[in-house]
Ligand binder design. Structure first.
Ligand code: ZN
Length: 225
């Protein structure tokens, strides 16, 4: 069977059997087609900060979800807290018992910039709470949970632009969850942490782009707003 590329009308030579089997041939860990698996590049790093990723249940399925790879890169100190599950509300108290002074990474109008001055005022160790999901959901998480809204918000230094965008963002300077955490830890922990995290991120994005170009009938864009 022949397929046409909707963008340019070119014929894509792609046997039917390959298409039918493409889902089972995804790597279970990085969730990309095995041809583009980048698991070999996951080299965990050690950080002092605790990371709590507050992830919407719908986000867990998306290959464009970058938070998953923060857990892969910093397995010892990263926690996943899933919200939006039916009859299973997110429990905030256990999250706040984790070590480190809590800060909520979200660039609202009150957010304090992470920089050297911040570190002087607030010596670590830190506990970064990071909402994941679309931007609208992320804001609601902080506003709606009384226990969370009392935690000060912080933002990454000005002038950082997203290197790659796998999903739509309302502003070009809005970066993915992964990049935001990498730059935040670059300030709090040191540039080497940011560099290690970003080196992997570039491989991740490149692999996903290659995969999407080839398997563009499998774009998983649901859940984006
Ligand atoms: Zn893989």
């Amino acid at each position: 069977m022949m397929l046409l590329d909707a963008k340019n009308g070119n014929v894509i030579d792609w046997p039917m059997s390959t298409r039918r089997n493409s889902r089972p041939r995804r790597c279970p860990r990085c969730r990309i087609h095995q041809m583009y698996c980048f698991c070999a590049h996951i080299k965990p790093t050690t950080v002092q900060s605790t990371l709590s990723l507050i992830v919407h249940v719908r986000e867990l399925k998306l290959t464009s979800n970058t938070a998953t790879f923060l857990k892969e890169m910093m397995p010892a100190t990263t926690h996943f807290d899933v919200r939006g599950r039916m009859n299973e509300p997110l429990q905030i108290e256990p999250i706040l018992e984790r070590p480190g002074t809590p800060f909520f990474l979200y660039p609202d109008e009150n957010a304090i910039e992470l920089n050297e001055e911040f570190k002087r005022k607030h010596p670590g160790p830190y506990h970064l709470l990071v909402p994941d999901g679309n931007w609208h959901q992320a804001r609601k998480v902080h506003q709606r949970e009384p226990l969370l809204s009392s935690i000060p918000t912080v933002k990454i230094p000005a002038g950082i632009t997203a290197e790659y965008q796998l999903r739509r963002a309302p502003q070009p300077h809005y970066v993915s969850t992964y990049e935001a955490v990498a730059h935040a830890l670059g300030v709090l922990e040191g540039e080497h942490v940011r560099d290690e995290l970003m080196a992997f991120f570039r491989i991740f994005v490149k692999s996903v782009m290659h995969s999407r170009n080839k398997f563009h009938d499998e774009l998983d864009l649901e859940g984006e707003e």
